[in-house]
Design a protein. Sequence first.
Length: 179
Amino acid sequence: MVIPTPIRRIVSGHDAQGNSIFIADGAAPNVNVFEKGGGMAVTELWSTDVTPASNAGNDDAADIKFALEPPPGGSKFRVVEYPPDSVRFSQGGNAGTTREMRGGADVATDTDRHPGMHKTASLDYAIVLSGEIYALMDEGETLMRTGDVLIQRGTSHAWSNRTDQPARVAFVLVGAEIL
């Protein structure tokens, strides 16, 4: 199993006088490792329930139970570390993808194309931080490398790491209607 690399998360807030302060600086504490996925790790960095988001208070908005999608009108900011497919899917089936992430609910689409194919009710901004990974659609695929960005608009998709090294992808998910 791949052990995820900790992500330093710095969070700003306000003191009692309204001055800006740092309220957190350290390893992001909310890391979900999907062992059936060969150690696929999702680090939650921040989450909101509504738009516009509230900047009041200093509670940790990432200290929440894992959910794949943001709530309608909400958002999530996370980093996912994808092990190589040879590790991630070595146990067969849809290991460590959306079924496990949704507590067993079947949200898969064409898993014959790739075991991780799924569709979410979100608009996702994906930025490859390190490594390389293929973004698959129902029709076609494209190799993404460090620095590449994908705007994923509620489409059926999957992520395929065909290398022997983990790929790290940052995501901003915005609640949206599923098509």
